[in-house]
Design a protein around this ligand. Structure first.
Ligand code: AQP
Length: 328
């Protein structure tokens, strides 16, 4: 029997998980769950590289785990755990630091963007974030990494680290490949930057229907559409990108044609999106809220996931320490 490929994915407990995370990553993860050996990690050690309130962190982790499970990451069919519960992630990060060129880290656009956003807290962890991400992936010898396109540069760096490590210490790690979804970049509702937990430009997966409409109604569309009679270009409209993620093909086709022909206004288009978005998100919201109300069930799934991942992580670290001459 051929061994299943291993997929690793992470999500930061840095705020409420949103439609961008869902269409760009989580929906894809849930689809892969039976095809590959899936490992999903709530990456709390990444989330502390920005300012945060320690009193809120455990609640954020619970919510992130509950939402992911509600999206279909069934702990009976995959491993889901919290990063800081498997200390080998940070040990491997340190070892990989010794083969990672500073120049490569300096080129990372996420570091540059986040440094701009938090000029009072440009910390070493933020700079080293991509090496910890490489460690997350390499610890499980993952072959596949499903991500949104904002993470492609980090993944390219991970492959560089794999090549440098293997060239120096022997062939220990495979080179992981990305798997993008059909909507690898969802823009924020204001159209200025990608939809992010921390930029206040998102629709959360657990927002109530009224709140979703309140955010969707004023959302940025194709600026060429000043009046209903102005023809639009769905290819550059974030609302259309979300239609492709949520609406059935016949609705996507209709919106595409009617927007170009100015037969439909942006409000009508958004109302159609709302209907299909809510249809898909309603069961997720209900299930996530049930799980948040039963934290012990979530914590028990996370502990089980950490125990299973810990065993794999220990074996990899044993191999790495030997390869690097740190053990006989
Ligand atoms: N806007 C997006 N469109 C498509 N995919 C996205 N992802 C994030 N934003 C979008 C993908 O979601 C997965 C988990 O992301 P993350 O939590 O690890 O970190 P992030 O990319 O930094 O997400 P946020 O929401 O923007 O968080 P903050 O504001 O905390 O930085 C990843 O696969 C990511 O590509």
């Amino acid at each position: 029997m051929t061994k299943k490929k291993v997929a690793f994915s992470g999500i930061q407990p840095s705020g409420d998980i949103h439609v961008g995370n869902y269409l760009g990553a989580i929906k894809n993860w849930a689809r892969m769950i039976d095809e590959v050996d899936c490992i999903f990690c709530i990456v709390d050690l990444h989330a502390i590289t920005v300012m945060y309130d320690p009193a809120e962190m455990q609640e954020r982790i619970l919510r992130a785990a509950a939402v992911n499970i509600a999206c279909g990451l069934d702990p009976a069919r995959c491993r889901i755990f919290v990063q800081s519960r498997v200390p080998e992630h940070t040990e491997l990060c340190w070892l990989l630091n010794t083969v990672t060129p500073i120049g490569s880290l300096e080129r990372m656009t996420q570091f540059k963007d986040k440094s701009q956003q938090q000029q009072e807290n440009v910390n070493t962890g933020l700079f080293d974030y991509p090496v910890l991400m490489a460690a997350d992936i390499m610890l499980y010898k993952a072959n596949v990494v499903p991500v949104g396109d904002d993470q492609l540069q980090h993944l390219e760096l991970c492959r560089e680290i794999v090549r440098k490590f293997n060239a120096r210490f022997g062939d220990v790690f495979p080179e992981p490949q990305e798997r993008l979804s059909q909507a690898p970049r969802i823009m924020g509702l204001d159209g200025k930057a990608k939809m992010s937990k921390s930029l206040g430009n998102h629709i959360s997966l657990i927002d109530e229907p009224d709140a979703v409409w309140k955010k969707l109604a004023p959302a940025f569309t194709d600026p060429a559409r000043q009046r209903r009679s102005d023809p639009g270009n769905p290819d550059i409209c974030n609302i259309f990108t979300m239609h492709r993620g949520f609406s059935p093909p016949e609705v996507v086709q209709r919106v595409n044609g009617e927007c170009r022909g100015a037969e439909i206004g942006c409000v009508e288009c958004k109302k159609m999106l709302l209907e299909h978005m809510l249809k898909e998100l309603e069961p997720i919201r209900t299930r996530a809220k049930e799980l948040i109300a039963e934290p012990e069930r979530v914590y028990s799934a996370l502990s089980e996931g950490a125990a299973k991942c810990g065993t794999v992580a220990e074996a990899t670290m044993d191999e790495v320490r030997r390869a690097m001459g740190l053990r006989k």
